[in-house]
Ligand binder design. Structure first.
Ligand code: FES
Length: 156
């Protein structure tokens, strides 16, 4: 009798676990679909005209969570302000030409790569489009990355 009761209880637990897992999978799918839906033209921020940004400069956009870095070769990178260590907002230090996190001292270069840890990876990026002389940043989602890659750079 005890064995039958145990088997009945175990079966019930398995059914509840399977139902919870299915609910989690469905909600993950719905969330990812809604994130895709945010990628509308409304999520494109016009940063400015190409010539407004000097090579080797960083421009802050206070109303948004990114910096626009113009690389020395003329390409554009939109870098997330949040430190990849614990998420503090990272200011650009014009004197040193580095992003220096005030929380635990992580340092990032112009391309957002880690110069000094504890940050485990470069600053996240946002996709950049350079068309018709305008630089646009897609702020619908930031993109984590393991290291700098030329494909992250927006070019005319
Ligand atoms: S949050 Fe930036 S170094 Fe810790």
């Amino acid at each position: 009798m005890k064995r039958r009761r145990f088997l009945s209880w175990a079966t019930g637990a398995l059914v509840v676990g399977a139902a919870a897992e299915i609910a989690w999978i469905v909600s993950s799918f719905v969330r990812s679909r809604s994130r895709l839906a945010l990628s509308t033209p409304d999520s494109l921020v016009v940063a400015g005209r190409i010539e407004e940004f000097d090579k080797g400069s960083v421009t802050a956009f206070p109303g948004h969570r990114f910096y626009l870095a113009r690389l020395t070769d003329g390409g554009f990178l939109a870098l997330d302000r949040r430190c990849t260590h614990l998420g503090c907002s990272v200011p650009w230090d014009e004197k040193t030409g580095r992003f220096v996190c005030p929380c635990h001292g992580s340092v990032f270069d112009l391309r957002g790569e880690v110069v000094n840890p504890p940050a485990p990876r470069p600053l996240d990026t946002y996709p950049v489009r350079v068309e018709n002389g305008l630089v646009r940043v897609d702020v619908s989602r930031s993109l984590p990355r393991g290291r700098f890659d030329e494909r992250q750079v927006g070019r005319p």
